[in-house]
Every structure is written in C-alpha cells, then in structure tokens.
Design a protein. Structure first.
Lengths: 181, 569
C-alpha cells in the first residue's frame, strides 16, 4: 500500500531535509519525491509517495514543522497524478519499428535517436509508466530516469452557491481532508 | 560613530531585546567573537560559566522550568555544540522553552571538516522545534526574534541558532523592526467551540469520569482553571509525572500519579472509567502501559496544544486542539455539575484495600535507613517551611519523590520526564537557583546521576549561589536498572553496582557543606540544618541498597497488571 502526501514548504535551506527526516524516523521508505516551485513565490510544493499505509501521524508531524505551511494526505482523494520518465532503449533497426509502434500507442515521444538506441519521453500516471516500462524492457532497457509522482486534487464539481466563495472553493480543492482537528 | 555593529554585538543586543537576563555557557574558538562582545553588555546580560556544555543546557532548562521564561545557553562549535545535544533532546521531550546559541566555523569552511566543525543543525534536526544556520549578520535580528517566539509559544520547545564565526565578526547596521517570516506557524490557543460542547456533554453524562492533567496545565498557567473544573464537576484528578503540582495532591479530589509507578487505585480507576479527560498530557508509554489496553471502557477527550499528539498513542473520541488553561475555562463554563461522590468513594475504597499491601508506605522491620524515611521527613519539613522547588534526576529516587511527596503548587516539581536524562538535576538546580534566588532549591538525586554532572558544584561556588541543597539517595547502585534486574532478570546485577567518592568530602572540596546520614533518627535534623545553612549543601543519605519502587507495571504490559512487593497483582 502506498500513500501520497502533498505539502507546501518554505523554500529554505534544510526545510526539505527536515520534512523528509520525519519519514526516515518512522522507517518509512520513500517511493518517490518530487519538489518544485508552487503557485506562490518562495513556497515549494513537495509530493511524497511512501510505502506505508498509516501516514496520518507523519502528516500531522509534518504540519508541525515551522517551515511547512500546508499538508494534505492525498491517498484517498480523487486526484490527477502525473509522472514523467526518460527511457533509453536498445533499438537496432530490427526492433525499432516495434518500439515506435508502442510509443504511438502510449502517446510517448521519441526525443532522440542513435544508431542503436532511442530516448523516449512519457508523461502519464505512475501505473501506466510502469506498464510501458515493462513493455519496452524486453527490447533492452539501458537507462530510466523518473521525476517522481506529482498529484493534484480534482476540481470540485458542485453547483456554485452563494455561500461558497471563490476562496473557500480553492480551499476545498487543495485541502479536502484538513488536518487541523 | 556609526550604528555599525559586529554580528556578535547584534547577538547580545538581540538577547537583551528578548529579555534574556542570564546566559549559561562555555566559550571556544568559533564563539569567541560573541564572548568578546559580551562584557560590554554585562550589566544587562549575566553570563554563567558552566563546567560542561551539558550543564549549561540543563541549567537553562532549570531556569526555564521554574520561571516559565525561555532559557538561553551558548556553546562553541564541534564538541561544544554536541555536548548540548542531550539538554536539547531533553527540552524537546519535555516541551521546555530553550534557545541554544552555538558558534560555527567560518562560512567559507562549512562542509570541509574544518577544525571543530560539526553539522549541529543537522545533528539536532529531529530534536529541535526549529533551527537556524546564520551566515549573514543582517539576518540576526529576525532570526533571534523568531527563535524566541517559536520557543515560547504553542507547544514550547528548543530552538537552535548556529552562527558562523564570520557572521559574528562582520559589521552591519542592524535593522530591528523586521517582521517575522513564519507563515507556517500558527499555534491554536482557543479550543473549537463545538468540540468543547461535545466534551462538556460527555463529561456531564459520565458516571465514572476522570481528569488526567499533564505539563500543559502548568505551562499554560492552568492550575486554577483545573481546580475550578474539578470542583464544579466533582471529577477526580490524576496528575502525571510532569503534571505534578498542577493540582494539589492534598485536595479531596486528587488521586495521585498514573502509569508504570502509579498507585494501584489510580490505574484501576483509569481501567474502570467511562470518560477520561486528558488535558495537557501526551499519553506517554510510561503512563499508558500497553496502549491498546489503556482505559478500555472510556471515551477519551484529549486537549493538547500540539495537533500531532492527538491520536498518536490512543484513540481519541473528542480531540480539542488548544491551550490547556483556555480550554479548561471554556469547559468549566459549558459543563453541567453532577454528584460524583459515589464514584470517588469507590476509588477511595479501592485505595484503602490496597493500602495494606503498599510496602512503600511503611518501614520494613529493619533499622536501616530507608529512602522512604528521607521523603517522609522532607515532605513534613517542606510543608512547614514553603518557598521551595524540588528538582529530581532520573531513576528510583525520582519515582519515590513523585509518589511520596505531596506536590501542591505548579512549578515546584521539576524533573526530566520524557528523555529521562540522568545528570539533569544538579545543573538544572543551578539555573533554578538563579531564577529564584529567594527560594530554596532542593535537588533529590541518585548517586549515579549525581556523578554525571556534579562538576557544576564548582559553578555554584564561582557564582556565589547559596540556595541549592542536594539530597543524594545513595544506594551504591544504578538503582532502577538494578530493580529491573532483580524483578525481571533473576538478580543478574550487570553493570549496576556503583561506588562513589565520599560525597560529603567532595562537597567540601567544592567549597560547600557536606553531610552524611546513615541513621533514620538523623534525617530530619540533617534536612533542617541544610535548609538553615547559608550556602549550598550536599547530604549523602546512605540508604538500604535494595529498596524497590512499588507498584510497578512491567514494561509493555497493561496498567491493570501491577506488581506490588515483587508479586503480580
């Protein structure tokens, strides 16, 4: 079982270390972690996927860190998930057409080609990336680089009422499962 | 003359702006610029030179625990900083407001394994509420302001400020009115009104409710509010080790301490209660025993200022995030009174039943000096005199102190609870003595813990401190470990027999008064003489070597499974 946590963190030296350290302390293995700028300057967004089931306590402890502004456990939420991978595949002329056909099916892009290999880029869900990787593996998978999963809660589909302000709606979008008890 | 100052001067001024009056520390290479600046500010900022950085850290903790203010300590880089790790961890576990300032090697040398360089912000990452590495003197005013704010608000705790040597030396014009930059830090003080109503409803409907008070009640100044709620509702009150003093032990509703060394009737009451209100405590495993069996019939209301404590150990039915005092006041207003005398009578009956089995209340048929004689005499004399604080160390003597002394006022019982740091008491007393010069600071410690940090007796002498009185419960063992070995490991006393110097002579060597007591008849006289002596005193109470702390719940077992006199109940 994997869990996904998203957090907004102040873009300070050590802040990421502090956050990640909480998972280490509990002995949770981090499956993937993706960090980058958020919508607010100076605030980074971190998406962590951990091989653990009960992460509520870590999420709360994460929220307790001074550098952490917001935390959301996305595990049970309806989310959009994306991850990008670069794959270098062994592709002599004999198998090249088959690989290109697979790329077409998965909407993967071929970024570069050499005499014996191709570099493929695919952005999709982590599960689809796994499937694609398995399919090209028999051709000879030389190198894989994955960005780590990012995720965003799906927009709320609801009649806009007079009582729900735009600000409240955006709250709902990010934090359907607020941690402040 | 411009307003330009060195980073070191700015650090001193920042400390003064945060109302720091005393700083415990030891100089060294990387913090020398700060020490160079310090004499200019000597009239406002007293520096106490300790004998070990661990002592400096615990002294700052002791100062904080009795004054309610932030304790401050300072050390150099490398070993100076690593010696602070234990007190920082201690402050983290017991939520003590502490700011530790460390020098760091020059910024150009960071990460090069330079002389006396250690990554102290990295080392202390999991045991600080927050930490800073400062390489630019312009950041110092904001960093110090934030550090003291963070240490002293919400759930209090330690903050580390590591300042590189070049940042201490560089000159700049300090800008003091910089705003704090803490968008992620918003402690909640007011309990959610709906949750408070729900808690009040549960308490009003409960047949067998209990209140358990932890250190949050003391830090929030909630003693009066707790008393008001208990008296309005008639609900009996349990105080945890760190909650001792939050509710007077001699109050008709006071039950005593729960947990591993709690009284039988207290643990039984927890296992029988239908609603448990835990205010300002964190369900430490020494309180709950095997957590899955804790208070099996109870709906649990947990009031804590730290949301991450709620639901961490036990399931919680009504969580309330907030300041203990404010939530207690809100609850008192919201709750309907009800007669609980039959429940209280039931608990008191339980207490009576077990009284005859409580050997710890009675002297055995032996003429040896029992630890209990010391506590009994101390409790009696302290009650007559007042104006005292007691600082205990870690081990058997600590549990006896919690059990056998009646604690009546918040802030009178200071101990290292969560971290269980042996060696805490003597340096903590140094800090407490400076914070409360008009009170008598008693240390009760074991001969093991005393030998870990007793060099601070020299600091007391140098600083002219006269109000620290140390009672060593000297049994020639690391007693609590020995007790476990006796009860659970077939008396295999591995690594626990302990010799010491002549503690009375040692005290005299440090320029204090030393005494030794071996006869039960001399106990009261020695305590009285120490109290009256104008100066620090060490009394070596040479007690029965194999006295035990009872009751005891074996580790990992339910608190319903108590051992008294070495036999499981």
């Amino acid at each position: 079982m994997r869990s996904t946590i998203a957090a907004l963190i102040q873009d300070h030296p050590g802040a990421l270390n502090r956050a990640v350290s909480l998972f280490r302390r509990r002995g949770f293995n981090i499956h993937s972690i993706a960090v980058g700028p958020s919508e607010t300057p100076g605030i980074a967004r971190m998406t962590v996927v951990v091989d653990a089931e009960h992460v509520e306590q870590v999420a709360k402890q994460l929220y307790r860190l001074i550098d952490v502004i917001k935390v959301c456990d996305l595990t049970d939420e309806r989310t959009l998930q994306r991850e990008t991978a670069l794959l270098k595949v062994h592709a002599p002329s004999a198998s090249r057409a088959d690989i290109v056909a697979l790329c077409t099916i998965f909407h993967a892009r071929i970024l570069d080609a050499g005499s014996h290999s191709l570099v493929i880029e695919l952005t999709t869900t982590p599960a689809t990336l796994d499937r694609f990787t398995d399919l090209v593996r028999p051709f000879g998978l030389k190198e894989v680089a994955r960005t780590g999963q990012i995720a965003m809660v799906c927009p709320v589909h609801r009649e806009r009422t007079a009582t729900l302000t735009a600000a409240e709606e955006s709250e709902l979008d990010f934090e359907p499962n607020p941690l402040a008890v | 003359m411009s307003d330009r100052r060195t980073g070191a001067q700015i650090m001193c001024e920042a400390l003064i702006r945060e109302n720091v009056e005393v700083l415990f520390g030891i100089p060294g290479g990387a913090i020398m610029p700060f020490y160079h600046a310090l004499p200019e500010y000597a009239s406002q900022l007293r520096h106490v030179l300790c004998r070990h950085e661990q002592g400096a850290g615990h002294a700052a903790e002791g100062y904080a625990r009795v004054s309610g203010r932030v304790g401050a300590c300072v050390a150099t880089s490398g070993p100076g900083a690593t010696n602070l790790v234990t007190p920082i961890a201690d402050a983290w576990m017991d939520s003590t407001p502490l700011v530790a300032v460390t020098g760091q090697v020059g910024s150009a040398l960071l990460g090069t394994d330079a002389f006396q360089e250690t990554d102290i912000t990295g080392i202390t990452l999991p045991i600080t509420k927050h930490s800073y590495l400062v390489t630019d003197p312009n950041e110092l005013p904001r960093v110090f302001r934030e550090a003291f704010h963070i240490a002293s608000t919400g759930r209090k705790g330690p903050v580390l400020i590591d300042v590189t040597k070049d940042a201490q030396q560089a000159r700049t014009v300090p800008v003091w009115d910089v705003p704090m930059d803490l968008p992620g830090y918003r402690p909640t003080y007011e309990g959610n009104a709906r949750q408070v109503r729900e808690a009040a409803r549960l308490l009003a409907e409960a047949e067998h409710p209990l209140i358990m008070a932890g250190s949050g009640v003391i830090w929030s100044g909630g003693g009066e509010a707790l008393r008001a709620l208990a008296e309005r509702t008639g609900i009996p009150v349990i105080t945890t080790l760190q909650g001792k003093g939050a509710f007077p032990d001699d109050h008709p509703l006071a039950l005593g301490m729960p947990g591993m060394h709690g009284w039988v009737h207290v643990n039984r009451a927890i296992q029988a209660c239908d609603v448990l209100l835990n205010v300002g405590g964190r369900f430490d495993d020494r309180v709950t025993g095997k957590a899955s069996t804790f208070a099996p019939h109870a709906k649990i209301i947990h009031v804590d200022i730290d949301p991450s404590e709620i639901g961490k150990i036990v399931r919680v039915d009504v969580p309330i995030v907030g300041d203990a005092r404010r939530v207690l006041e809100a609850l008192t207003e919201a709750v309907e009174p009800r007669d609980r005398s039959s429940w209280l009578a039931e608990i008191r009956e339980m207490q009576e039943q077990h009284e005859h089995r409580q050997s710890y209340r009675k002297r055995p048929e032996s003429s040896a000096l029992m630890p209990h004689d010391v506590y009994e005499a101390f409790d009696r004399i302290a009650r007559e005199r007042g104006g005292y604080r007691v600082i205990t160390d870690v081990g058997q003597h600590q549990m006896w102190a919690a059990q056998l002394i009646e604690w009546r006022d918040p802030g009178t019982h200071i101990t290292s609870g969560g971290a269980g740091t042996m060696g805490f008491s003597v340096p903590a007393a140094l800090g407490a003595a400076i914070a409360c010069p008009d009170e008598t600071i008693w240390v009760i410690c074991g001969d093991g813990g005393f030998q870990m940090t007793n060099q601070e007796l020299a600091t007391m002498r140098q600083e002219g401190i006269r109000n620290v009185k140390i009672a060593i419960i000297d049994n020639g063992y690391l007693g609590m470990v020995r007790q476990w070995q006796e009860l659970f490991e077939q008396r295999r006393y591995s690594g626990t027999p302990l010799t010491g110097p002549d503690f009375a002579l040692l005290a005299e060597a440090y320029g204090h008064r030393g005494m030794r007591v071996t006869d039960p008849a001399e106990v009261a006289g020695a305590i009285t003489a120490a109290w009256d002596h104008d100066g620090c005193v060490v009394i070596d109470f040479q007690v029965e070597r194999e006295a035990n702390v009872f009751p005891i719940v074996p580790q990992g077992r339910s608190i319903g499974e108590m051992m008294t006199e070495g036999v499981a109940e």
